[in-house]
Structure formats: C-alpha cells, structure tokens
Design a protein around this ligand. Structure first.
Ligand SMILES: NC(=O)c1ccc[n+]([C@@H]2O[C@H](COP(=O)([O-])OP(=O)(O)OC[C@H]3O[C@@H](n4cnc5c(N)ncnc54)[C@H](OP(=O)(O)O)[C@@H]3O)[C@@H](O)[C@H]2O)c1
Length: 269
C-alpha cells in the first residue's frame, strides 16, 4: 500500500498548510513513513494565502476524508483562533502547529514545538526535569520551549534575550502559567545552570555572533541547539572544545514529527 503511488478511495488525506509552500518538509517526512509502515494515507502540501484561510478551512472541514494538517508560517496564530478547541501548550504559546478534525468535524489544534524539544532531549539521554536552564532567545520557538520546560518541571528557568522586554514578557507568562517553577530574566551567563539552550537564530549564518560568551562555558554544561542547518553551529563547536555535552537541533524536529503524527492519528494503519 503506497502512500504516494497507490491512492485509493479509502486513502486518508492529511496536509501541510503554508504560504509560501515550496519549502515545506512535512510531506517528505510523513509520506515515506506511511509507505514504510503500510499506512493508507497521504500528506499533501496545502498552499493557502492568509486572506483565504477561512475559506480554505471551511472547505477542508467539509472534506470528510481530510484528517488534519501540520501548520506552518504564516498560519500558526490565525489557525489557533479558528480552532474549536486548543490544547494547553497551544493556548500558552498562542499558536498551533498542528490541527485535526474530530468525528464531528470540529477543528482541534495544539503546539508541539516545545514538547518536541523536550522529547528530543530525553531521547538523547538529557533529562530536563529538575535541571536549571539558561534559555537564550525569546522568539517564537523560544516561547514554545520555555512553556514546555516549565511543564517538564525544570528546577529553574533563566531567560535571556537581546531585546530584554521580550524576555520579560515571556518570563512573566511562564511564571503565571507555572507558578511552582522559578522563572527569571537574566544575563547570558550560565552560572548556576546545568543546561544552556540556544533558541535564537544567531548561528544560522556565517559571521553570526555567538549567542553567549564562549569563555563562560564550563565542561559540566549541556549545550543544546535548535538550529538545524548548519548541524554543527559555531556555538556547538565551542561547546565541544570546552568539553561540554551537546544536543543537535535536528532532534527537536524529529520528535515533533512523531508527536504531530500521533496527534493527527496518522501513524498507525
Ligand atoms: N529544530 C527545530 O525544530 C526548530 C523549530 C523552530 C525554529 N527553529 C530555529 O529556531 C531559530 C529561531 O526561530 P524563531 O521562529 O523563534 O525565530 P524568531 O521568532 O524570529 O526569534 C528569533 C530570536 O533570535 C534572537 N536573535 C536573532 N539574532 C540574534 C543575534 N544576532 N543575537 C542574539 N539574539 C538574536 C531574537 O532576539 P530579538 O528578540 O532581540 O530579536 C529572537 O529571540 C531559527 O534558527 C529556527 O531555524 C528550529
């Protein structure tokens, strides 16, 4: 039963919605999984401009064999507002990256960015529960990761961001949602922390500054990246030179795929 070559009237249809669409990776990840596992499903790219989103969703709701979709830029915020129900992480983050339709065609969304990061850490043997974490960055991905770290029960979360006001806003939101977790805004200094996570985009391009002074890295620290390309960022190079353990950015995506697949219910035959 091939996902892409053997579509029948019984094939379940899933999507990946975006605008622009050319770069989306979810169909290239999910369809080989369907094929390898003999799952009668297909994931197609769904190209929708922001001003036609509501029309497109109405159509997808009416399409009874359409099970749900991975959601990417620029639809993550607006789609959350269109959902009939949103999971806790989606509500906290204020954006969804997957939506599914239930038997009554209600649209249910959630956000798996942060949970994917935490699952990726655990899969590599790096527990976050009970650890003190310095998080660099308070952008979209950082927001999801901060809530997921608090949800996982870190012993302390320090958020540093180039634009301090964004770190303050995120720290306040996390503290309000997880009052038992000590959350603060701080410098890019890992003193007293066990784990440093780079959620900034600094490191994507040659010549980007390090998001933290390399001289502050100690050999007992774990340094985690979420940047996927390059795989070995300058930060990870410095971390390895200092004898730190490291975590590559790709694990966050790998584990998100599993979580999104389970949420959509498309990973079993
Ligand atoms: N592995 C995965 O599955 C995954 C998933 C999502 C995203 N990502 C990666 O995560 C990174 C961030 O994505 P995003 O969506 O969160 O982006 P975003 O919302 O644009 O946020 C960018 C963050 O990086 C900071 N930043 C940018 N340039 C900086 C510099 N030169 N020095 C210090 N801080 C800098 C920004 O600080 P300001 O607030 O001061 O601008 C902000 O905190 C990207 O590299 C993306 O590829 C990976």
């Amino acid at each position: 039963m091939g996902a892409t070559l053997d579509i029948t009237g019984k094939t379940r249809v899933f999507g990946c919605i975006a605008d622009p669409i050319d770069h989306v990776r979810a169909p290239m990840v999910f369809n080989p999984i369907f094929e390898a596992r003999g799952i009668d499903a297909v994931m197609v790219p769904v190209h929708v401009a922001p001003d036609r989103l509501e029309t497109a969703i109405a159509g997808l709701k009416a399409q009874l064999n359409f099970g749900g979709m991975a959601v990417t830029v620029p639809h993550k915020l607006r789609l959350m507002e269109l959902c009939d129900e949103v999971g806790r992480q989606g509500r906290l983050v204020g954006a969804v990256n997957a939506v599914k339709f239930d038997a009554g065609r209600r649209m249910i969304g959630d956000n798996f960015d942060g949970a994917g990061f935490v699952a990726g850490m655990r899969a590599e043997g790096h527990e976050v529960t009970g650890r003190a974490v310095l998080q660099l960055g308070a952008g979209g991905a950082g927001r999801a990761i901060a809530f997921a770290l608090a949800d996982a029960g870190v012993s302390r979360l320090v958020i540093h961001n180039r634009t301090r006001s964004k770190a303050e806003e995120l720290a306040a939101a996390v503290a309000s949602a997880y009052p038992a977790v000590p959350v603060s805004v701080g410098d890019a200094d890992p003193d007293g922390c066990d784990i440093v996570i780079n959620t900034t985009s600094s490191g994507l391009h040659d010549g980007d500054p390090l998001p933290i002074d390399g001289g502050l890295l100690r050999s007992d620290l774990l340094i985690a990246e979420i940047i996927m390309i390059p795989e070995r960022t300058k930060l990870l190079d410095v971390a390895l030179e200092k004898g730190c353990k490291i975590q590559y950015g790709r694990h966050m995506l790998d584990h998100q795929i599993t979580l999104i697949g389970e949420f959509l219910g498309c990973l079993s035959a």
